[in-house]
Design a protein around this ligand. Structure first.
Ligand SMILES: [Zn+2]
Length: 176
C-alpha cells in the first residue's frame, strides 16, 4: 500500500481529483471539506484509480511476453507461441489458437477482466499448442495453472450475466 497525500486547495470548490505521483497517491480536495468528507472521498478516489488501473490493457508485445512467462512457469517453456495478439472478431470464444502456426488470439472482450482470468485464457491456448482438444490430457496439463477453476467460474459468470434481463439503475451498469 502506497502513501496517500491529501492536498487541500482553496481554489477548489466541489471537485475532487486524484492521481499517482511516484509511489504515492495524491488526492486533491477543496479546502473547506470536513474530515469526514475527506475520508469518504479518499476512499472513493482510491477505488476509482484502482478500477482505472485494472482496466489498463496490455499491448500485443506485453501479451506475448506474458505468454512466454506463463509457458516457462507452468509448462516448462514447452509451449512456444509464434504470435499472441488481441482480436475483435471473436465474440463466441475467449481465445483461440492455430497450433500449426503457433498463433494465439485473445478476444478483446477479456480486456479489463482480472489478470488471473486473462492468464487463464493464455494458459488454455498455450496448452492447446501442446494438446489439441479438451480431453483429460488437456485438463491435466492445465491443472498446472492454479487458478483454472476460479477463472472458469468467472468467465461462466460473465456469460450468465450477459443473459440477465436488463435491470434499470443497477449498480455499475453500463450501456453495453
Ligand atoms: Zn480450448
Amino acid at each position: 500500500m502506497s502513501a496517500i497525500e491529501v492536498r487541500r486547495s482553496a481554489r477548489r470548490r466541489r471537485t475532487v481529483s486524484a492521481y499517482r505521483e511516484g509511489d504515492r497517491t495524491v488526492v486533491l480536495i477543496p479546502a473547506r471539506m470536513s474530515k469526514a468528507e475527506e475520508q469518504r472521498w479518499v476512499t472513493v478516489m482510491l477505488d476509482k484509480l484502482a478500477a482505472q488501473e485494472s482496466r489498463r490493457v496490455l499491448g500485443d508485445t506485453e501479451l506475448a511476453e506474458r505468454a512466454g512467462r506463463l509457458s516457462a512457469q507452468y509448462f516448462d517453456g514447452r509451449a512456444r507461441p509464434a504470435s499472441v495478439r488481441w482480436v475483435t472478431n471473436q465474440n463466441t470464444r475467449w481465445g483461440s489458437c492455430t497450433p500449426a502456426e503457433g498463433s494465439i488470439r485473445l478476444s478483446h472482450r477479456l480486456q479489463g477482466m482480472p489478470e488471473y482470468v486473462v492468464d487463464y485464457v493464455l494458459c488454455h491456448e498455450l496448452a492447446h499448442l501442446l494438446v489439441p482438444g479438451h480431453g483429460p490430457d488437456f485438463w491435466q496439463l492445465l491443472e498446472a495453472y492454479p487458478r483454472t477453476e476460479r477463472a472458469r467460474g468467472y468467465l461462466e459468470g460473465v456469460v450468465a450475466a450477459g443473459r440477465l434481463p436488463h435491470v434499470p439503475g443497477a449498480r455499475g451498469e453500463h450501456d453495453a
